[in-house]
Design a protein around this ligand. Structure first.
Ligand code: ATR
Length: 273
């Protein structure tokens, strides 16, 4: 009987120091009895394709790609899944037949899994998406696939407008300016900016928050349930709050599925983390 080859995976990003992905993947490996390694690699900003090339030319079987390289990974891929084509960004690479590299994006499916788990996904929901960068782009095809009405707000209005125009063919999406925000009563607010990492403050009207709104922050703080955005929502009375850990675990599980043909039990990992 042929033994399964020991596989090597890595996550490539910059910054990468605080990533939880190696921990999550080691729990998947234990849970599924699939022995594999998973390391984190900090890549200098102009070195992505060199580093990823040498990884796949030596030991690499699969890779995760995080900020700021997801669009470069999209261009790097020889073959793309539909999900990657829709978002034009790639967070998972896999070496396939003939040494070709397949690019996939598991962010959207991971995000939907987590919204379902939390009970945040209502039918015909109004969703306010804050941010129009790479993180927002990665989610849009998934949230538009569920018949939601999406409003997209961004500090730089033009970027929101551009993204709304690009994805309008997939569903109801409308860019909004700051003044429009006071008229929006969303059932779900998704925070997808990187303001967390900058020193400036994110300014939003308090009228966005009501008792029934669900608030999801794609970012997270290690060893903490909350984030500055979620603190703001909570102070104003929001009760349904979630940080990005759930999505992180879920997208990782779908990457694991692509690499190893088995979906780990995501709920068990929540308990273990
Ligand atoms: P990512 O891939 O993390 O989304 P990005 O593509 O650089 O990173 O996008 C960052 C997002 O955070 C953008 O929506 C950005 O707004 P601008 O388009 O106006 O730059 C948003 N952002 C970053 N700092 C912010 C701040 N202090 N206040 C509001 N939005 C901010």
């Amino acid at each position: 009987m042929e033994l399964d080859k020991f596989k090597h995976f890595s996550v490539f990003g910059n910054p990468i120091e605080h990533t939880l992905s190696p921990k999550i993947h080691s729990l998947f490996s234990k849970q599924t009895n699939i022995p594999c390694s998973y390391t984190a690699v900090k890549v200098p900003l102009n070195e992505f394709s060199n580093r990823i090339n040498s990884f796949f030319n030596t030991i690499g079987d699969g890779a995760n790609v995080t900020l700021p390289f997801k669009e470069e990974a999209y261009c790097f891929s020889d073959i793309l899944t539909n999900r990657a084509k829709l978002t034009k960004s790639v967070n998972t690479l896999k070496k396939v037949k003939d040494e070709k590299i397949l690019g996939d994006n598991t962010d959207g499916i991971g995000f939907l899994y987590d919204l379902n788990r939390l009970g945040f996904l209502k039918k015909n929901n109004k969703i306010l998406l804050i941010g129009a960068g790479g993180a927002a782009r990665g989610l849009l095809p998934s949230i538009l696939s569920k018949n939601n009405e999406v409003f997209i707000y961004n500090r730089t209005y033009e970027r929101a407008k551009k993204l709304a125009e690009e994805f309008r063919y997939l569903g109801k999406i409308q860019e909004v300016g700051y003044k429009d925000l006071s008229a929006i009563k969303a059932g779900l607010i998704i925070h997808a900016t990187s303001y967390f990492f900058s020193k400036e403050k994110l300014i939003l009207p308090s009228s966005l928050i009501h008792q029934n709104v669900s608030c999801y922050d794609l970012s997270y703080v290690k060893n903490s349930q909350t984030t500055p955005f979620l603190n703001w929502c909570k102070k104003l009375g929001a009760m349904n709050l979630a940080n990005g850990i759930g999505m992180l675990i879920s997208q990782a599980a779908y990457s694991f599925l692509l690499w190893n043909n088995i979906l780990p039990d995501i709920e068990k990992i929540f308990a273990e983390l």
